[in-house]
Design a protein around this ligand. Structure first.
Ligand SMILES: NC(=O)c1ccc[n+]([C@@H]2O[C@H](COP(=O)([O-])OP(=O)(O)OC[C@H]3O[C@@H](n4cnc5c(N)ncnc54)[C@H](OP(=O)(O)O)[C@@H]3O)[C@@H](O)[C@H]2O)c1
Length: 234
């Protein structure tokens, strides 16, 4: 069974992905908005957060450190810590992220990997104490990989936290159940900047529909626009 996926993004009314570029507000600053976001995250009661390869690389900050051979690796999955209370999931088809240890922010790391990641990369993850699931076929089916996490680790609810490309890809494939856009009182307004959801030149029209669930007024001038993501009606 696929875990329930709630996307949570801190953004500005103009949809900016980069709080460091925002205008100031008398209502609060970036750290206030991020605390507001933390509170909404808590309310979502998820056992795991999930991000794309680019975002995870920014947080993991590791460099390649392949172990010496010989090594033996497990496929299609290796779970270094099944008892963890919470997990951080990376969608990393090519195996490009390097870690400094088994956990990030106190959560156990699980990488979702493409079928052709080399054994030497899997050996590096295992040596770091990082868990992984390797896709069984060339088509990288994130839903199937998440089904494994549900079955093997009991993960039932995941908070999806970007970036734009990951949000777009998962919305297009129908894996996202709800969106929470925390809108802070700030603007970026640079031309050509990243927005919180992106799906190539094609966009998402015809691939998903949003239905408003609620609009919550939060602290520091922020609001949470909460939507159900549903399959298109035609
Ligand atoms: N404001 C906020 O709250 C917030 C939150 C998160 C991130 N960010 C910012 O967002 C920026 C990164 O965003 P981004 O859009 O460039 O990158 P991203 O979404 O973090 O990562 C995109 C990559 O993830 C992999 N991926 C994700 N979903 C996939 C799928 N369904 N199928 C196959 N591959 C998938 C692909 O990796 P491959 O290309 O290797 O296949 C893809 O290129 C960073 O600057 C970060 O700081 C901001």
């Amino acid at each position: 069974m696929k875990p329930y996926i709630a996307c949570l993004m801190l953004t500005s009314p103009d949809g900016s992905l980069h709080p460091s570029r925002w205008t100031k507000s008398p209502d609060g600053d970036r750290s206030d908005f991020s605390k507001v976001c933390d509170k909404v995250r808590e309310g979502l009661e998820c056992q795991a957060w999930m991000v794309g390869r680019v975002t995870m690389a920014e947080m993991a900050k590791g460099v390649p450190h392949a172990p010496e051979s010989p090594y033996e690796v497990e496929r299609p999955w290796h779970f270094a810590n099944r008892e963890a209370k919470s997990f951080g999931i990376a969608i990393d088809r090519s195996g490009a992220v390097h870690y400094k240890g088994p956990d990030l922010f106190g959560d156990h790391v699980v990488a979702l990997l493409g079928a052709d990641v080399p054994d030497i990369y899997l050996a590096e993850l295992a040596a770091d104490g990082v868990s992984y699931v390797v896709a069984e076929s060339a088509d990288f089916d994130v839903g199937q990989l998440l089904g494994v996490l549900n079955r093997e680790l009991g993960i039932q609810r995941i908070v999806l936290e970007g970036g734009a490309a990951t949000n777009g890809a998962l919305l297009a494939s129908g894996l996202v159940d709800e969106l929470n856009f925390i809108i802070a009182p700030a603007l970026e307004a640079r031309s050509g900047t990243d927005s919180v959801v992106e799906f190539g030149t094609e966009g998402l029209a015809g691939k998903v529909e949003l239905a408003l669930l609620e609009c919550q007024q939060l602290a520091h001038g922020a609001v949470n626009l909460r939507y159900a993501a549903i399959k298109p009606s035609v």
